[in-house]
Design a protein around this ligand. Sequence first.
Ligand SMILES: Cc1cc2nc3c(=O)[nH]c(=O)nc-3n(C[C@H](O)[C@H](O)[C@H](O)COP(=O)(O)OP(=O)(O)OC[C@H]3O[C@@H](n4cnc5c(N)ncnc54)[C@H](O)[C@@H]3O)c2cc1C
Length: 586
Amino acid sequence: MAGKAEDRNLYDYIICGGGTSGCVVAGRLAENPQVRILVIEAGQHSKGLESVHMAGAWSTNFDKETDWNIVTPPMSGVNSRQVKLSRGRFLGGSSGCNGTLCIRGSKQDYDDWGLDGWSGQEFFECMRKAENFHSKPWFIANDDYHGHSGPLHVEPHDLAPISDLIMESFVSQGLPLDHDMFTTGETPHGCGHVPRTVHKGIRTTSGDFITNGYLRSNVTVMTDTTVNKILLRETSVGLKAEGVAVITPEGSKSVYAKREVIVSGGAYCSPAILMRSGIGPKEELSKHGIECKVDLPGVGQNLLDHMIVFMFYETEKPGLTNDYLVHHDDSFKKSYALWKEKREGFLSTFPFGCFAFARLDDRLKDEPLWKDAPREPGRDPMGLTPKQPNIEFFTTECYGGPKQYDQYPIDHKHAFSIIAELFSPRSRGSVTLSSKDPLENPIVDCNYLSDPLDLLVITEACRFANEIITKGAGTKDIVKGSWPPNLTHHTYTTREEWIPYVQEHGTTCYHAAGTCAMGKDDNPLAVLDNKLRVRGVSGLRVADCSVMPTLHGGHTQMPAYGIGEKCADIIKETWVAPQLGGLSKL
Ligand SMILES: Cc1cc2nc3c(=O)[nH]c(=O)nc-3n(C[C@H](O)[C@H](O)[C@H](O)COP(=O)(O)OP(=O)(O)OC[C@H]3O[C@@H](n4cnc5c(N)ncnc54)[C@H](O)[C@@H]3O)c2cc1C
């Protein structure tokens, strides 16, 4: 253990990665003033990053030092394309560059994990705890589900006219309106409004759990510092995590933890940190000359993501989409000035519009692959009960998306999109090391669409989405055609027509999960137990989206917040009551 000279490098808890879950763990543990916490973040502090606070600037965080800049290898399921997998690399992590959507999934998603302490009922409480919800007069909130005392400010989004029309189309195509369904997770087939992590024109991030109103003297934040590996010591009762080897701008050093080390590097970087520390699949470690200390074959396996497919349409009717606020003439300059002056306007929020969940039972029932696929009683071939949606639709209120979408409708043209998202994917990818150099990114292979059922469901989702836009009551008369105009998807009628489109356009929803999964004792691929403890090592937990054994039917930021809350609660259970004077029980 650290000697006297290293006392200033000695903390109670060290958190590796100041991202979405990591900052929540830090902020909650720090509520006890006796605890000293160190947060180590590879990127910079986010307080001066306008691109983080101004939600509309999300994409300007990418392709530079504020992004991990991970790119997949060519993947056979998507025409051997490579996909860019951006992740926030600054304090707050991906919560500072995401689409701000709060879609929690359904309770059944978490019940399906089958892990003590993680039932849907319990986990929804964790997500609620993080939240401070601010409703709007027009929004019909289900107040039983919203929190009002967490650091995470959340509010509903005022729709652009195009979204009101798409909502009308959703309803006319059999998806009834339930305003707050993305908070309750109780409606698997319907449309509604998605609350956002934006308030008064400013994005809230997990960084807010340890900065601004929650800045505490017992939390030290070390930015621009990369975690190399966890320092493990052999003790009489087995391996124990005693500290962390880091690379700072001044050079390498070690920091030590009296109690625990928590790895929160996200689903790509947490398995890499474990593997560099000698925890992971033995064969994989030996390829890089890393001594295997704990042979855990599940580390980096089971990579899950939600694939999405954008479909853009052109409308000639002015004033429906928001392109005029960002793509026409000098409108971007004006929108920026408005945000700077009043924290209002296009850039004060994220240009996603309205949303829907759908079950596809009726649409798929005659497909041979669906009919003949094996299934558990009460479940469909994707493993879902009728209470869980197969897919989500979301929409954009102007043209835009990941950087491959660069056909901007300048010249006073207008475009919007509907996006299909596949839930409960069966394809699994992996994270492996490219080398043992901590400054090199891991190899992330999403392996999209390697399972034919995934292709079946997502292509049917696209067919349904296209019907909603081209036949739905609100939009059928305003669609000129596909955007850009050289595309013809607005004319597609069969599912088969969508197959090449999906293979060419399918991309990430940025929902990486599963690579350090929790699981029961008899699961050989379980990396963690239900208390987030790394198997075979004491004093070491993982807390971020990598711990999810399967993906929920939603978006991953609310679970990331919930996992942070849950981790802090679990750790607090190891303390004796503060009023009894201490922390000492472990
Ligand atoms: C572009 C984008 C859009 C998204 N949109 C949405 C959305 O609208 N709604 C939604 O619910 N979800 C969305 N997501 C997903 C969601 O934001 C993430 O799943 C979630 O924030 C991940 O949380 P995490 O704690 O697992 O990881 P992260 O928040 O990524 O945190 C990991 C942190 O660890 C740091 N780190 C990693 N390795 C090291 C190391 N070796 N040393 C030190 N630090 C390290 C990283 O820099 C980062 O700060 C989006 C994500 C992205 C990227």
